[in-house]
Write a protein that binds this ligand. Structure first.
Ligand code: HEM
Length: 409
């Protein structure tokens, strides 16, 4: 796949085109001129076709990508007449103004260095959540959120989504049958050709209240050269120094081993702020509830599973029909902390079901999707970031990881 940017004399990209493969690219820059039937996105407002190729970006923006389920046949007739070419797939590191500042700060570089120091480096891979698989899905809102947020995908729909399920490990070959983090990252393709992400894991609270605490934890997790394992004493000392982190550490220690990626609960952890059509602001926290209810394996059952059973199981399950999750949203009250991902809100806070996710099939272009960055600060009008410092920091750390993995490091 190739993206081509057309740059003006001021150094600003005016147009950007997506070509699904090099053959089409060659044809469309003039090395061949046949009228060819190609699969291109259509049928949603995502796709605004120019004379050829697919216009996927606007001035100052970058790549937009489209789920393969939306692919339909279109005829290309003419080559574009661009002024300059940039023949490099730039993935998804393009950020809207609404996003947190993703410029890697020294702290973000230090954090990714520390992750590598503790967990190792696997060239070309995400620094965590390295193993994953992407799926086409559709999100249908329930209508319950419409008076609380003007976000397009939560008001009307359905909205196309690409979901990435992942294991949290840095090493992509760690077998599935262990207690470990699992991720569900979702990218929603909105009617105005923008996207928004929702990134979630299988624990409800985090184990560090700030980026600095996260670094302290990584320090505590450094392997003792004598035992080859992290020192329990250091982790205990971390928990003692940061009592609010204890809940997240306990959740991490008892993470379920899921029967399926499709039978786990996933929490987005941070608070976000919904902004309603009248400008009212509502703190919220999201989680995905599987239609099956949570189902987990015992350690004994998991021990005899294939090392990659989670992907295989989900593909088999999807052959029998879609896999679904409800998007449940907890509504905070005044005084509920929005700046601390280690602290749950009181259990009696009301919850609504904002909509339903229906996962249908693996995307056809796993390589393309593996390159994307799912960024929790990629929000959309109607949703704002909370004052949680970890939330803003993640965007920077993800950009560092993206930079390294796409440079082959
Ligand atoms: C200081 C806090 C954190 C740091 C430094 C951090 C770091 C990272 C990095 C470097 C990546 C790889 C990004 C990429 O190359 O695309 C990543 C991915 C991920 N993180 Fe975090 N993370 C943090 C907190 C969290 C939290 C609180 C959650 C819970 C929602 C989370 C969930 C995920 C998931 C699900 C992925 C995989 C996304 C995908 O499938 O592309 N992370 N994280």
């Amino acid at each position: 796949m190739v993206t081509v940017g057309i740059w003006n004399e001021h150094g600003v990209m005016d147009e950007e085109f997506l070509f699904w493969d090099n053959q089409i690219f060659a044809q469309q820059i003039g090395l061949a001129w046949p009228s060819v039937e190609r699969s291109t996105p259509s049928g949603t407002r995502l796709s605004r076709s120019l004379r050829s190729g697919k216009r996927i970006g606007q001035r100052g923006e970058g790549c937009r990508n489209v789920p393969s389920s939306l692919l339909a046949t279109r005829t290309f007739l003419e080559p574009p007449v661009p002024t300059h070419y940039l023949t490099k797939d730039i993935g998804a590191v393009t950020y809207t103004p609404a996003m947190s500042d993703h410029t890697p700060t020294p702290l973000a570089v230090t954090a990714v260095d520390a992750i590598e120091h503790v967990s190792g480096t696997y060239p070309g891979q995400r620094r965590v959540h390295a193993r994953g698989l992407c799926f086409d899905a559709t999100f249908t809102p329930s209508g319950e959120a419409a008076s609380l947020t003007s976000a397009a995908h939560l008001g009307s729909g359905p909205t196309p989504v690409v979901v990435r399920f992942s294991n949290s490990n840095t090493n992509p070959t760690v077998p599935d049958g262990i207690r470990a983090g699992r991720g569900l990252a979702a990218r929603f393709f909105l009617p105005d050709d923008t996207t928004t992400d929702l990134v979630s894991v299988n624990i409800p609270v985090f184990f560090a209240a700030t980026p600095e605490q996260f670094l302290e934890l990584l320090d505590a997790l450094e392997k003792d050269p004598g035992t080859g394992a992290p020192s329990p004493e250091k982790v205990k000392a971390y928990a003692a120094a940061h009592p609010s982190a204890a809940a997240g550490l306990q959740e991490a220690a008892r993470m379920p081993i899921p029967v399926s990626y499709g039978t786990a609960r996933y929490w987005a952890i941070h608070a976000f702020i919904w902004v309603d059509p009248d400008g009212g602001r509502h703190p919220v926290r999201y989680h995905w509830e599987p239609d099956t209810g949570p189902q987990e394996l015992s350690e004994q059952e998991a021990g005899v599973k294939d090392p990659e059973y989670l992907a295989e199981e989900l593909l088999r399950r999807l052959a029998d029909g879609p896999v679904g999750f409800s998007l449940r949203v907890q509504l905070g009250k005044d005084g509920d902390p929005t700046d601390d991902p280690t602290k749950a809100w009181p259990a009696d806070r009301p919850e609504i079901v904002a909509g339903h996710l229906r996962i249908t099939a693996p995307v056809t272009d796993q390589g393309h999707w593996a390159a994307q960055v799912y960024d929790p600060t990629r929000i959309t009008p109607g949703i704002e970031l909370s004052d949680d410092p970890v939330l803003a920091f993640r965007s920077q750390a993800y950009a560092v990881s993206y930079g390294r993995r796409t440079e082959g490091n």
